[in-house]
Design a protein around this ligand. Structure first.
Ligand code: NAG
Ligand code: NAG
Ligand code: NAG
Ligand code: NAG
Ligand code: NAG
Ligand code: NAG
Length: 422
């Protein structure tokens, strides 16, 4: 246990220090006219630190002398070096922006005496707008944008290839808001749960035999509340639902045990619902009576069908994995009665931490998300943004001001209650 803890701390630390401002930390004194010293960092910040105020004299605002070219092409996997130079008193500190934010873990930078260097090991998702900012305590100046294009994708634009296989190109899902993605550098992990755990819930599904199918799902917290003479489903709890894009290409494993019992063969084994999309999985092979049958389902679009029997695209499956609302597993009766099984349910997931020793994931994408979005597939809204269920299947993340404006629009024409965020 302790070993695991130590290992996890070391790994976390390794991740945290990956993105580095390599500027040496040292105290730089400024000598006041009277001979005393104050820190260079307080020079020209609008406050007198020297008794005679000499630290606020002879200031001059930052001026950019050199900045990167307006367009730059970089090859994936190589190091891109950008330089910005600025003059001013005190010498400005050079900071960098990529699409308006601090560069990510693939970059290092250093700033000394008004000279700033950025170097980034370029990934496909690092195409974008780069700029530098020359900063003094009271003034900043930003360079114009350098548009960086990363070339060398094995697949065509908007597609990425699985780690280790050049043949299979998969379309970037990215919740429909980006075209830039690559195979995420993540490790495999899994979620495990006992089928008879107290955290498990149960559900009865009606409408599977209607044409077209119209599902009505009733959820029960305790198995004893499930009405008799129904064919119930397990309803998986937290961990297996909500944001699950990291499980794409992973495997779901569990066991089915049946005896000489009659059960509904036409009902699907797995029902996944998210963003108003329902996907069904049916195991067509015959179950063997009297022993436990191992089920293992690859989370791949080829294994699922829509409610109307149509094929499922990668976008359909990713849409559901972007936010699984309901995850149901069919229960099988044993000797004529249903009862939660004593076996476990395992679903693959992915993680940044490698100490589980299960290897790497191959088919999980990582996207360059626009403002307002986060998550490997841009499946979450950033802080300050809320989802509105419009525009795209997965909706869109809009800033709070947008929501307020929308609310005002409605509330001036009708009553306050007419606007729903849903
Ligand atoms: C960037 O700098 C590094 C180290 O200084 C060097 O190895 C690399 O070749 C440079 N990249 C380019 C594209 O000049
Ligand atoms: C990058 O800059 C160009 C030109 O200013 C702009 O059209 C584009 O939207 C910017 N891209 C991003 C991701 O900010
Ligand atoms: C689940 O992960 C654990 C380690 O965390 C591993 O020992 C186990 O074999 C994994 N199970 C499956 C089915 O992959
Ligand atoms: C859900 O999908 C169905 C059919 O695909 C459509 O008729 C319905 O309007 C959708 N509901 C919402 C809230 O998007
Ligand atoms: C279907 O069930 C059979 C027998 O139980 C099992 O061997 C097979 O792996 C299952 N197929 C899938 C895709 O789960
Ligand atoms: C199920 O019924 C069979 C006989 O029909 C019996 O041999 C078996 O022990 C029963 N199993 C359980 C779990 O009750």
């Amino acid at each position: 246990m302790q070993a695991v803890l130590v290992a996890s701390i070391i790994i976390w630390f390794a991740i945290l220090v990956e993105t580095v401002d390599k500027t040496p930390l040292r105290y730089r004194p400024f000598r006041c006219r009277n001979g005393w010293s104050v820190s260079q960092t307080v020079r020209c910040d609008g406050f007198r630190h020297c008794v005679d105020g000499s630290d606020e004299e002879n200031c001059s605002p930052p001026v950019l002398l050199e900045q990167p070219a307006p367009t730059i092409t970089a090859i994936v996997g190589t190091v891109m070096n950008l330089t910005c130079t600025a003059a001013g008193i005190p010498p400005p500190i050079i900071e960098w922006k990529m699409n308006g934010k601090q560069p990510e873990a693939n970059c290092d930078w250093v700033s000394e005496d008004g000279n700033g260097h950025l170097s980034c090991r370029m990934r496909l998702i690092d195409s974008g707008n780069y700029s530098c900012v020359a900063r003094q305590p009271k003034a900043t100046v930003e360079s114009s944008i350098s548009i960086v294009t990363v070339t060398g994708n094995v697949c065509r634009d908007g597609y990425f290839n699985q780690v280790g296989t050049k043949k299979t190109c998969m379309k970037c899902f990215c919740s429909g808001v980006s075209n830039l993605c690559h195979a995420a550098d993540l490790f495999r992990w899994n979620y495990t749960m006992e089928m008879n755990s107290w955290k498990m819930k149960y559900a009865v599904v009606q409408g599977l035999n209607l044409n077209p199918k119209q599902l009505t799902i009733t959820v029960y917290d305790k198995f004893k509340d499930v009405p008799p003479n129904t064919a119930p489903y397990y309803r998986l709890p937290f961990r297996f639902i909500e944001y699950q894009v990291g499980s794409y290409g992973g495997i779901i494993r569990y066991k089915i045990e049946i005896d000489n019992t009659i059960y509904r063969t036409e009902d699907p084994d797995i029902i996944l619902i998210g963003y108003n999309t329902t996907l069904l999985f049916r195991n067509k092979s015959q179950l063997i009576i009297g022993r436990s049958n191992d089920v293992s389902v690859l989370l791949h679009e080829a294994n699922f069908r829509q409610l109307d029997g149509k094929r499922v695209s990668r976008d359909d499956l990713m849409t559901v994995l972007a936010y699984i609302d309901t995850f149901l597993i069919k229960m099988y009766p044993l000797n004529g009665t249903y009862w939660p099984a004593e076996s476990s349910f395992v679903m693959d997931a992915s993680t940044q931490l490698g100490y589980h020793g299960l290897g790497k994931v191959a088919r999980v994408e990582e996207c360059r998300c626009p403002h307002g979005y986060r998550g490997t597939s841009c499946e979450r809204c950033d802080v300050g943004y809320n989802r509105v269920y419009r525009f795209l299947r997965t909706g869109a993340c809009m800033p709070w001001e947008w929501h307020r404006a929308e609310y005002m629009k409605v509330s001036t024409t009708t009553t306050m209650r007419n606007y729903h965020y849903v």
